[in-house]
Design a protein around this ligand. Structure first.
Ligand SMILES: Cc1cc2nc3c(=O)[nH]c(=O)nc-3n(C[C@H](O)[C@H](O)[C@H](O)COP(=O)(O)O)c2cc1C
Length: 182
C-alpha cells in the first residue's frame, strides 16, 4: 500500500504531526509539504494534514483536498482550540466537505498546536467585545496550546494511524483473497 502524507503548516505544528504519522508507514510512504506535493493519483492511501484556519482547513489544504478522487483518505489537523471541543469536530467536518464523494474517509486525528505569539499580541490589542479579544479564558487556552503538539499528541497520532494502516492492509489482503488471522 503506497501511502502519501501531505501537510500544510505555517509555523511547524502540523509538520511535526505529519512526520510522526509518516514514521508509522515507513518506506512505503512519501511525505510532502502541500506546496511540493505530487498528484495523489499514484497512491493507494492519501493522508492530508492542515492547520485550522477560521474553523476549517487552511486554503492550501482545501485546494489539495479537492484534487483527490477514488481513494481512502485520512485527515489530521492542529488547532488552537481544545481537541475535544465542538469547534475541533466541526473543523474536521468542514475540511472533509472538500473531499469528492468518490473518496472514503477512513480516519481523523486532531490536536492542539501552539498559536503564533505574534497573533496573540494582536489579540491583546483587540477590544473586549471582539471574538478574538484576549479574555482570561482565551489566554488560558493559548497557554495550554503553547506546549502542543507534545510527545503524547504524537504518540496518539501514531496509535490512530497504526490502526488505520492495519485495517486498510486487512481489507487489501481480503481483496486479494489472502487468509488473515483474526
Ligand atoms: C490566521 C489564523 C487563523 C486561525 N484560525 C483558527 C481557528 O479558527 N480555530 C482554531 O482553533 N485555531 C485557529 N488558529 C490556530 C492554528 O490553527 C494553530 O496554531 C495551528 O496549530 C497552526 O499550525 P501550523 O504550526 O502547522 O501552522 C489560527 C491561526 C492563524 C494564524
Amino acid at each position: 500500500m503506497q501511502t502519501l502524507v501531505v501537510y500544510s503548516s505555517l509555523t511547524g505544528n502540523t509538520k511535526k504531526v505529519a512526520e510522526a504519522i509518516y514514521e508509522v508507514f515507513g518506506e512505503k510512504a512519501a511525505l510532502f509539504p502541500v506546496e511540493m506535493a505530487p498528484a495523489p493519483t499514484d497512491y493507494d492511501f492519501v493522508i492530508v494534514g492542515f492547520w485550522v484556519d477560521k474553523g476549517t482547513a487552511d486554503k492550501k489544504a482545501q485546494e489539495y483536498l479537492k484534487t483527490i478522487q477514488d481513494k481512502p483518505v485520512a485527515l489530521f489537523a492542529t488547532l488552537g482550540a481544545y481537541p475535544d471541543s465542538e469547534h475541533a469536530a466541526s473543523s474536521l467536518k468542514n475540511a472533509a466537505a472538500f473531499l469528492d464523494a468518490s473518496n472514503q474517509l477512513v480516519g481523523t486525528f486532531i490536536c492542539q498546536g501552539k498559536i503564533d505569539p505574534k497573533l496573540i499580541e494582536q489579540f491583546k490589542n483587540m477590544p473586549g467585545n471582539h471574538p478574538h479579544a484576549a479574555t482570561p479564558e482565551r489566554m488560558e487556552r493559548y497557554k495550554k496550546a503553547a506546549s502542543h503538539p507534545d510527545a503524547s499528541d504524537l504518540e496518539a497520532a501514531q496509535a490512530i494511524f497504526a490502526d488505520i494502516k492495519n485495517s486498510l492492509n486487512r481489507v487489501a489482503g481480503q481483496e486479494k483473497g489472502e487468509v488473515t488471522a483474526s
